[in-house]
Write a protein that binds this ligand. Structure first.
Ligand code: AMP
Ligand code: FE
Ligand code: FE
Ligand code: ZN
Length: 282
């Protein structure tokens, strides 16, 4: 059955989804089953700093009639803050890429220890082991730390853990060590992929955008749950103005009602994926 996008019967794609290989609640196989049920025809698995779920998803996707595009979500350090860059269609077995991802995963582990140290200094007796209990894949992240804080009785909710301790700028926050946006975009390009600025959210400055475009950015994630319809129109305008590509997806992590309900609601038409393929061969 084909999904509906903008009133036309066209295949639907959700190009932003996480699995148990990073901070998602579903295995790649479970994700494919959920995607199928939500009427999605094409998906991309975009785990944080990991490509380990892609092979399983491609295999299960073939049996279920869901096309899987190789993807990943990389963080890049940018002037003291962070931007997320999505990579699509890269060779996920590329040696340099795999080595870089391993380095990012190691940096994440060290940063988790730094966050735990900060929490301990705040008299919160959380151990790294308490955090690692919740890690099922390659990339330890703040969601695992938030879950551990709740589980060990140091926060009343996942959201409170972020608001009080580990959210951006909060007392136990620690930055990850990653590449610059330029290096990230190059890494994706050298492994044959296309790079997209993930969920830019509030308006990005023209200066930032030009910096990313000059570095070889291929497109912008226009459709995302954090974007209002007005913001989506704004970014679609930017995409057209700078001859970029459009991507989009639900940023599905699973394990909660909102995410499950959002599945299938933040799709882009298959024609956007076709445009990406054309960029790859041109
Ligand atoms: P990390 O890559 O380890 O810095 O973790 C980033 C992830 O943490 C994001 O993808 C979100 O899922 C989650 N996150 C970050 N900030 C918040 C926040 N203020 N509230 C809830 N979740 C957050
Ligand atoms: Fe995440
Ligand atoms: Fe992100
Ligand atoms: Zn994401």
């Amino acid at each position: 059955m084909k999904g509906r996008v903008d009133g036309c019967v066209e295949e639907k794609a959700d190009l932003h989804m996480h699995t148990t290989y990073s901070d998602g609640a579903c295995t790649p196989s479970e994700l494919i089953a959920n995607a199928k049920q939500a009427g999605l025809d094409i998906i991309s698995i975009t785990d944080h700093d990991s490509v380990s779920g892609i092979d399983e998803a491609i295999e299960v996707g073939k049996m279920s009639g869901v096309e899987v595009i190789a993807g990943m979500e990389l963080s890049a350090n940018y002037d003291g803050s962070e931007v997320h860059i999505l990579g699509y269609f890269m060779d996920h077995t590329d040696k340099t890429l795999v080595e870089s991802l391993t380095a990012f995963q190691t940096a994440r582990m060290k940063r988790a220890q730094r966050i735990v140290d900060k929490l301990n200094k705040m008299n919160i007796p959380l151990g790294l082991d308490d955090v690692l209990e919740h890690v099922t894949g390659d990339s330890v992240g703040r969601p695992h730390i938030a879950t551990a804080l709740v589980n060990e009785g140091h926060a009343t909710s996942y959201q409170q853990a972020f608001n009080k301790y580990i959210g951006d700028g909060r007392p136990a926050y620690e930055q990850k060590c990653h590449f610059s946006p330029e290096e990230t975009i190059q890494l994706i390009a050298r492994s044959g992929g296309l790079s997209f600025l993930a969920h830019p959210g509030r308006l990005i400055s023209e200066e930032t955008l030009l910096r990313l475009i000059n570095a070889g950015l291929d497109g912008i994630e226009v459709v995302h749950p954090a974007h209002t319809p007005e913001l989506m129109n704004y970014y679609r305008g930017i995409v057209n103005e700078y001859f970029l590509l459009e991507s989009g997806g639900s940023d599905f992590h699973g394990g909660n009602k909102e995410d499950n309900e959002a599945l299938g609601q933040y799709a882009i038409p298959a024609s956007c994926v076709e445009m990406m393929r054309r960029r790859l061969v041109s």
